[in-house]
Design a protein around this ligand. Structure first.
Ligand code: FAD
Length: 367
C-alpha cells in the first residue's frame, strides 16, 4: 500500500489512459478494479492513428511527451519516424506560426529544425514540395500500434493483480461508489478515464466538467510506392503516416454536441474523397481507400486536459484534443500518483474553470 494513499481504487474506462493508470496504481500497491463497458481499447484508443512526438513549445507538454516517448520505447512499441509539419504556398499565417513554433521548441531543447521546401525535398523524397512554403521536422517522433499498447497494458494489468471487468457498464452512486449491473461497490477513490463519456459519468456524482467533443476521422489506403515520414499539413489540416504498405490519413474533425453513443463511427464519404485528393497532392500517388472510420475526441476551453481531482475521492483524466494516446503513458502515471497522494500538474487541474467558458474545436491535430 502506498503511503497514506487510498487502499482501493476503481478505474472506469479501459482505453490507453485508464489501463495505464490502473497498471501504475497497482504497481504502487493499490487494489485496483478496472471497469470497461465493452472490450479494452474499444473507444477512441482503438481508433487513434498513434502519432507520437515531442514537438511542443510548452515546457509541461514537452516534458509529458518526452516521458511518453521513453515509455513507448521501453515497451519496444515506437516505430521511429521523423515528424514533418508544413505550410502551403500562400498560407503566410501558418508559415509564420511554424517559424515561431520552431524557435520556441528549440529554446526548450527540442530536436527540431526549420526547412525550406528544397530541404524537405532533399531529406524526404517521398514528399512533394512544389506547393509548400515552409516546413519543420521533429526528430524525436514515431507511431505506435494502439492495439499493441492496449495488449501490453492488459498483460501488465493481469500480472499486477488488477481486476479487469470488461463488458461492465457502470455509473456513480456518489464520488466514491460505483454502480454496476450487479450492485454497488465503494472505493477509496474512483478515476474516470471514460473518454467522451467522462463528463456524463461525473455528472452522475453531481460533478460538472468543462468538456466538449468532436468527431475525427481516418482511413487506410491500399499499398503505395512511397514510404513517407509522419506528415502534418497545417494549411489543409490533415496528417498521414505509413500503415503497412499503405498510408493512414486522418483528421476531418468537426464539433459533435450530441449523445456520444449516437456518433457515427463510419467516416463520411466527403472525408474519404478529400483525403485521397490530399494524398495525391502530398505524395504524388493515387491509391484507393481500403478502410475508414470515425471516433470521438474530447476538448476543453483552454486546450489543456483535465487530469486530477474533480471532487474529494473522484479523479478524472480526459480532454485530450486528439493527443490522448501519445500522452497516456506519462499522464496515466501522473494521475495514478495523484490518487495516491502525489503531486499533479497545476495546468491540468479539472477545477480550473468557472463553468461558463466555451469549448472550441481544435484547429488541427497539432498547433
Ligand atoms: C481518428 C482518430 C485519430 C486519433 N489519432 C491520435 C493520434 O495520432 N495520437 C494521439 O495521441 N491521439 C489520437 N487520437 C485521440 C486518442 O484516440 C484519444 O485521445 C485517446 O485514445 C483517449 O484515450 P482514453 O483512454 O482517454 O479514452 P478511450 O480510448 O475513449 O477510452 C475510454 C473507455 O471508457 C469506456 N467507457 C465509457 N463509458 C463507460 C462506462 N459507463 N462504464 C465503463 N466503461 C466506459 C469506453 O468504452 C472506452 O473504452 C485520435 C482519435 C481519433 C478518433
Amino acid at each position: 500500500m502506498a503511503g497514506d494513499g487510498p487502499a482501493s481504487v476503481a478505474v472506469v474506462g479501459g482505453g490507453a489512459v485508464g489501463l495505464t493508470a490502473a497498471v501504475e496504481l497497482a504497481a504502487r500497491g493499490a487494489s485496483v478494479t478496472l471497469y470497461e463497458r465493452d472490450d479494452l481499447g474499444s473507444g477512441a484508443t482503438g481508433r487513434a492513428a498513434g502519432l507520437c512526438y515531442d514537438a511542443y513549445a510548452d515546457r509541461v507538454d514537452a516534458r509529458v511527451a518526452a516521458r511518453s516517448l521513453a515509455a513507448f520505447r521501453d515497451l519496444d512499441l515506437l516505430i521511429e519516424r521523423p515528424y514533418v509539419w508544413v505550410a502551403r504556398e500562400g498560407d503566410d499565417h501558418v508559415a509564420a506560426a511554424i517559424r515561431e513554433q520552431v524557435a520556441a521548441m528549440r529554446e526548450r531543447g527540442r530536436d527540431v529544425e526549420l526547412l525550406a521546401p528544397t530541404g524537405i525535398a532533399d531529406r524526404f523524397p517521398a514528399l512533394r514540395t512544389d506547393h509548400l512554403q515552409v516546413g519543420a521536422v521533429a526528430h524525436n517522433a514515431g507511431y505506435v500500434d494502439t492495439d499493441a499498447y492496449v495488449a501490453a497494458m492488459a498483460e501488465r494489468a493481469g500480472e499486477s493483480g488488477v481486476a479487469v471487468e470488461t463488458h461492465t457498464e457502470v455509473d456513480l452512486a456518489d464520488t466514491r461508489t460505483v454502480r454496476t449491473p450487479d450492485g454497488t461497490s465503494r472505493y477509496d477513490a474512483v478515476l474516470l478515464a471514460a473518454g467522451a463519456h467522462t463528463d456524463r459519468l461525473a455528472a452522475s456524482a453531481d460533478c460538472s466538467l468543462a468538456l466538449g467533443r468532436y468527431r475525427a476521422q481516418a482511413l487506410v489506403t491500399e499499398a503505395v510506392d512511397v514510404s513517407p515520414p509522419l506528415l502534418y499539413d497545417a494549411s489543409e489540416r490533415f496528417y498521414a503516416r505509413p500503415e503497412g504498405d499503405g498510408l493512414l490519413v486522418g483528421d476531418g474533425a468537426h464539433a459533435y454536441a450530441g449523445d456520444p453513443d449516437a456518433a457515427d463511427r463510419r467516416a463520411d464519404d466527403s472525408f474519404v474523397a478529400d483525403s485521397l485528393a490530399r494524398v495525391e497532392t502530398a505524395f504524388g500517388v493515387s491509391p484507393a481507400a481500403v478502410r475508414s472510420w470515425a471516433g470521438l475526441c474530447t476538448a476543453t476551453p483552454d486546450r489543456d486536459p483535465l487530469v486530477g481531482a474533480a471532487a474529494p475521492g473522484l479523479f478524472v483524466a480526459t480532454g485530450w484534443h486528439g493527443h490522448g494516446f501519445m500522452r497516456a503513458p506519462a499522464l496515466g502515471r501522473t494521475v495514478a500518483e495523484q490518487i495516491l497522494g502525489g503531486e499533479g500538474i497545476d495546468h491540468f487541474d479539472p477545477c480550473r474553470f468557472d463553468g461558463d467558458e466555451r469549448v472550441d474545436l481544435p484547429a488541427g491535430i497539432v498547433d
